[in-house]
Design a binder for this molecule. Structure first.
Ligand SMILES: [Zn+2]
Length: 314
């Protein structure tokens, strides 16, 4: 039998319900998924199709929490190939650096102001943990506010970079030995094979009264996009299927699926008041971007349109 680089998930990875329906299936080595992969990965490094021979891209939709998930996901070996070869780390870093503009840093600063203002302690007594810290940018900002920064990562380059810049880097096994006031996960949960188990594991390291953030790509109109199924639509455009990107965005959370996953893990959603979110708002430049930013607390609290959820264990 041919070796498979994939593993199968037979229940919803967010709520563990075994009741789901299969909503889409297509071979990785035929149109349209094959063409999508070539278009998407060629500029980043390139696909090795021998790893995908005989495998299917298959989407399931959970009947309980509504999460849409990829049923067959890369095993450890393929995952490594994907993030270290198909996506060339050097190209990825250059690409990421280009996106680190003024807005990027001001968003981090604003988010930290809003979060830290909810603690009674001074910032230098607050321990923060960024799970999947990337190039440590969020942690550098947290440290600038006085917080004690901890992070974790899979990629060796990013770990070395963090260590050489004074970040406390933890391995997966070390996480339970620590406890944190704030645990940050930004664009991480859509990539991991066992999100519920991961959330349960992280929750053990949350201090009483601490906060844990889950922020994943928006999926508000994913049902409409899946009806159109346009694999040529570029990332960021109206019909883009980026929220279910083959091999990478293996979990597409609806807002309700995040809340449900939290409930199972013993966490409940908390809202920071609109007043406290606007208290530190800055950047009143009147352009399209800043108006969207200005409305963000309303999208979050009132319209519940963002896939950004804060949890507390109390
Ligand atoms: Zn579910």
């Amino acid at each position: 039998m041919k070796q498979s680089y994939f593993k199968e998930r037979n229940k919803c990875p967010g709520c563990h319900s075994e009741s789901y329906k299969e909503i889409y299936e297509s071979s990785y080595t035929e149109t349209p998924i094959k063409d999508y992969l070539i278009d998407f990965y060629d500029p980043q490094g390139g696909v090795e199709f021998e790893y995908l021979e005989g495998e299917k891209y298959s989407l399931g939709e959970c009947s309980f929490c509504g999460m849409i998930f990829q049923k067959f996901i890369p095993g450890d070996e393929l995952m490594k190939r994907l993030y270290e070869v198909w996506i060339d780390p050097e190209l990825a870093r250059m690409d990421e650096n280009r996106s680190h503009d003024f807005d990027f840093y001001s968003d981090y600063a604003l988010e930290l102001l809003q979060i830290l203002s909810h603690f009674k302690n001074n910032p230098d007594e607050i321990e923060v943990f960024d799970f999947g810290m990337g190039w440590s940018k969020w942690l550098f900002m947290a440290r600038a506010f006085g917080c004690v920064p901890y992070g974790s990562e899979l990629s060796k380059e990013r770990i070395d970079y963090a260590k050489s810049n004074g970040i406390n880097v933890l391995s997966w096994d070390q996480i339970p030995d620590y406890s944190f006031d704030f645990i940050n996960t930004e664009q991480v949960f859509e990539h991991i094979s066992d999100p519920l188990e991961t959330l349960q594991y992280l929750k053990q390291s949350l201090k009483p009264g601490g906060f844990l953030k889950v922020s994943v790509p928006p999926s508000g109109d994913i049902d409409a996009r899946l009806r159109i199924m346009n694999w040529q639509a570029k990332k960021g455009t109206r019909k883009s299927l980026n929220a279910v990107a083959p091999l990478e965005h293996i979990n597409c959370f609806k807002r309700d699926s995040i809340i449900e996953m939290g409930k199972i893990a013993g966490l409940k959603e908390v809202h920071f008041s609109l007043k406290s979110q606007y208290k530190y708002y800055f950047g009143w430049a009147l352009n399209k971007k800043s108006i969207i930013k200005m409305l963000r607390p309303i999208f979050r609290n009132v319209l519940k349109r963002e896939n950004y959820v804060l949890f507390s264990n109390q």
